[in-house]
Design a protein around this ligand. Structure first.
Ligand code: IMP
Length: 204
């Protein structure tokens, strides 16, 4: 098993990534708590690459990072990379978004997730992006999930993210799609990609 440091201090995110990368040959571990990386990029991909690269360099291990957020069409893509900083709590963030959207009729939106893996020298070797389209409801619905889940409605499933089982959300979400489509990056393939396109740990 090759160690893969997850560029987050959040054990929930580690568990989620473990579920996506099960049987991949990677042993996931949290980044050191004292290592803080500022998300200064203006795209999800830039932030994911920045975090993966810095954590790899600082720890001397392979590292993986993701960056995600909600982009609302009628708000010109806001809150976007500022999704986590749009308010102090999930309910404040939801309240702010609903108030900014007001009675707007066009309520299309999407969640986007970018994932990047860096080698121990900090070079990005794999990256991908997943998108899940939906609509913003006028009021929250459902008790599951986190963040903006209760106001994000997926018409094909007739459910909000907060009403879905974790398995269904994992399957269709931006994060699920990003992990499903991790591909070899520009800098060559030191990672083992199995015949079926799945991500595997680097060959020893
Ligand atoms: P980060 O990717 O950890 O920087 O999180 C970005 C922010 O986007 C989170 O704090 C949430 O507010 C929001 N977000 C990202 N993914 C989801 C999701 O699947 N459901 C609800 N909110 C999400």
């Amino acid at each position: 098993m090759t160690l893969l440091v997850v560029a987050t201090g959040n054990p929930g995110k580690l568990r989620e990534m473990q579920a996506y990368l099960v049987d991949s040959g990677w042993e996931l571990t949290l980044k050191p708590e004292e290592l803080e990386i500022e998300e200064t990029g203006d795209t999800f991909a830039a932030n994911a690459c920045l975090k993966a690269s810095q954590v790899a360099l600082a720890t001397g291990n392979w590292a993986i990072a993701d960056d995600s957020g909600l982009q609302v069409d009628a708000l010109n893509g806001a809150p976007g990379v500022y999704s986590a900083r749009y308010g102090k709590t999930d309910s404040e963030r939801i309240a702010r978004l609903l108030s900014e959207l007001g009675d707007e009729v066009h309520r299309g939106a999407q969640f986007t997730c970018a994932v990047a893996i860096a080698d121990p020298d900090g070079a990005i070797t794999l990256q991908s992006e997943g998108v899940c389209r939906g609509e913003i409801l006028h009021a929250p619905r459902g008790n599951g999930g986190f963040g903006y889940d209760p106001i994000f409605y997926v018409p094909q499933k007739q459910l909000t993210f907060a009403e879905m089982t974790p398995e269904l959300k994992r399957l269709i979400s931006h994060r699920g799609q990003a992990f499903a489509s991790l591909r070899v990056g520009n800098s060559g393939p030191p990672l083992g990609i199995r015949g079926n396109g799945e991500l595997g740990a680097p060959k020893a």
